[in-house]
Design a protein around this ligand. Sequence first.
Ligand code: ADP
Ligand code: MG
Length: 586
Amino acid sequence: MSGRYGGGGRRHGGRPDHQGRGRPEEPEIRGRRDDARLREELRRMSGSSYGRYKSLRGDWDFGDFTLSIDRVQSDPFAPPSRISVRVPADVVALPDHAWRSPVRRRATADYLVRRAYRVLKGAKLRIDAGEQEVIERASGQIEQGDLLLRLGIELPGHGRKIDARTAESELCERLPDMVDALRWDELDQDEAVAFADTVEDTVALRAELPALGLVAFVADGSVLPRHSGVSDRPMDDSKVVPFTAPESLRASVKLPHRGEVSGLGIPEGITLIVGGGFHGKSTLLHALERGVYDHIPGDGRELVVTRPDAVKIRAEEGRRVERTDVSAFVRNLPTGADTGDFRSDNASGSTSQAANISESLEAGSTTLLVDEDTTATNLMIRDTRMQALVHGDREPLTPFVDLVRPLHRDHGVSTVLVMGGSGDYFDVADNVVMLDGYRPYDVTERARELSSERTDATYHAPAHRVVDQRSVNANARGRTKLKRRDMDVLTFGETDIDVRHLAQLVDPGQIVGVGLALRLLSEDGLLGDDRSLAEALDALDERLANDGVAALGRGFAGDYALPRRFEIAAALNRLRTLRVRALRRT
Ligand code: ADP
Ligand code: MG
């Protein structure tokens, strides 16, 4: 497992120095500040009290690079200290093709961070590196050809005394060795180029989807199943049935590096994935969920892509819902609640799923991914016998099966749905793919023969919400508090946000990134000026497009990675303090 440490961090409001006021008794070291001086100072500190490390803060000129000691832990058990390293363009010497385009820049930075991670194995220095996905992260950035790295270090101590010898070997030997290992001349250049080529092909493939009328593409030969429930690495080759598209749904795309690739094209509209239990349906849907991200070479899903705005929809009993319009799905609740303006501190399976759909559309999704394994059955289907027993005004729910066609026809929203347990969706599906022994077959014609007439309901777009900016507050006791617990919880100020069911939040750093994005939305006034949530997300996306992931950080001392707007919105929607000021109906 790489990079799954820390993630939390604190920033003291308004002060440029993340340590707060700094201790008057530990002034920064003045005068010549190069690596030789750093060694001298460390030796001089040997055996002193741990707090003296603080005097090392600031920049150190190592000749080939600059080390900045940004934040020093106050004792050996506190979260690691934070440092950054800037390696100038002429030292790291990346060729233009490795970084001039935004896509290759992101890929090469990611490649370098992974290499740094490997080189630092066993060190007290650590760098946050990705796993199967290539996601822009704060730990490694290329700026005008310079390489900027952000790392953590557990500054070593013997009890509460400074262990200067170990500190010296980490900062003055391992760190320069790591920088050396990242020079272009020292890299496996073929591998580095192939890494960027792979990412560039994936991005090109995803960009082709709209022109081809597709919402997703799965190349022949892709490896979808994962090593295990707790490892996202590919399943061992010997066990895998590689993906092969059925002829009738085959699409081909020419990619910049790999040339022509062929595979399953999932068209816009409604696609049903059927098949017996254990035949690979959920595995395919999981791959589509992840297809909004780029994958590393060898992952098996490098050429599995989905529209970037695809959102996984599921039931999520118990979540909070704040003034969300779920009236297309839910009406006439026994409580008499207005479902056009629905709120609950403890939503049911069906209302939580309805809210998840409305909120995803509000945030701008045009592709929904649904798996029967994680849905509320009563929101998905209602068969004729149940209709005969419980009918008309007694049933508050309009099932998704009656809305999925109007969603596409009237709102341009496509759905890919796994449903092995009911044939109701035969009536509404444009395409039906059956998985049999992990192989996909086009069974659209047979399903059509088994289908019947179905009268659609009408779907109206959910209201846009205007958020009360003050209800989104990252501060606890006067300072920013953002912390993550595993992949489950984001602590945002005084509140815990449950993010465990956000299937497309895939990297620990993204969870912190979501917290930073929420902070930015509220503290920079993006949620103000009567902007709707969707407009605020547009404004945020624009900043991220211009300034990259670093736009989120602003003095934040921990690691973080770039989340999508859909997960940012989803976390906001799960924030228990969230207040919506107004609804705007279109
Ligand atoms: P379903 O949703 O149809 O019940 P799953 O997608 O959960 O089935 O897959 C069942 C099992 O089969 C999982 O353990 C999964 O890892 C494995 N599996 C899925 N696709 C493949 C494949 N192409 N080759 C080998 N094993 C696979
Ligand atoms: Mg399943």
